[in-house]
Design a protein around this ligand. Structure first.
Ligand SMILES: [Zn+2]
Length: 277
């Protein structure tokens, strides 16, 4: 079933593609390579959204509409989201999005960005706060993605609360507006994490799920689909239309394994840092 056919089934049944990007880079570091998208491919993908007549929304827009904000969903809604806070979002994605007038959301791990709160965890060249402010001024919604990008479901209550509160405080302090949307690092959450995200003041949160987002998933578990370096134009169009997502699933299992390697490396580094301190 295509998005258009689903749309005719009534507002409650409408499925919305939420695209998850990470870095946009010509020459990404190996740790982010599979999940980074080449600038020319990103430009082509935004052209496809324009050709399909899609209307990009921010995360807060979609959640507000689904919460019953009075506004109807536009025809062919889509969300364009970026995780972590890579510098290429400012350098390569911003001009393309501005040209199309497309809304989008950037989820920042505040301890990964360049500047006073940098914990040294960033996997590639990260944004600085002037660049984040420039993105916000261009209409990007700036959401939270924790402070140091841990697997939140593995933290005790105190560390979990710290990761959420610190992230919110820093974004609020730097931008003058507290973030209202969140994206779970590694796409992981459980009921305890979702409750903590809500208690910290976030009104909605995005997971990863190889499926289009639907209202019935609830505001703290909206699914996203992954755009990766290998995603060609035909596959991209299928993702946006919600076709062939099952095929992506097999490859995402491999991706999860890749994440496990990154996680282990980071845990080792954290331990080393603790030892030094
Ligand atoms: Zn992330």
């Amino acid at each position: 079933m295509t998005v258009r056919q689903q749309a005719s089934g009534g507002a409650a049944e409408r499925a919305v593609p939420i695209l998850m990007y990470h870095s946009i880079a010509h020459d990404p570091r190996p740790a982010t390579r599979g999940l980074s998208v080449a600038p020319a491919d990103f430009t082509e993908q935004m052209g496809i959204l324009a050709d399909l007549g899609c209307t990009p929304l921010t995360t807060a827009d979609l959640a507000g509409i689904w919460r019953g904000g009075g506004r109807p969903l536009p025809d062919r809604p889509v969300l364009i989201t970026f995780d972590d806070g890579y510098e290429g979002v400012h350098r390569h994605a911003l001009p393309v999005l501005a040209e199309h007038g497309f809304a989008s959301t950037l989820f920042v791990s505040t301890g990964w960005l360049r500047g006073p709160y940098d914990t040294g965890g960033g996997l590639d060249t990260m944004l600085d706060w002037d660049q984040v402010r420039a993105l916000a001024a261009q209409g990007f919604e700036i959401g939270g993605h924790s402070h140091t990008h841990p697997q939140l479901d593995q933290l005790d209550a105190e560390d979990l609360e710290f990761e959420l509160r610190r992230c919110r405080e820093i974004v609020d302090g730097e931008l003058g507006t507290a973030p209202v949307s969140f994206a779970y690092p590694y796409g992981h959450s459980d009921r305890r994490v979702r409750r903590a995200v809500r208690a910290a003041g976030f009104a909605q949160s995005l997971a990863v799920g190889n499926a289009l987002a639907r209202r019935r998933q609830g505001p703290y578990a909206l699914r996203r689909v992954t755009v990766r370096r290998s995603t060609g134009p035909a596959e991209f169009e299928r993702l946006v239309e919600g076709r062939g997502i099952g095929r992506q699933f097999a490859r995402d299992r491999t991706l999860t394994k890749g994440y496990a390697v990154v996680r282990r490396a980071r845990q080792a580094r954290r331990k080393a840092t603790r030892t030094r301190v």
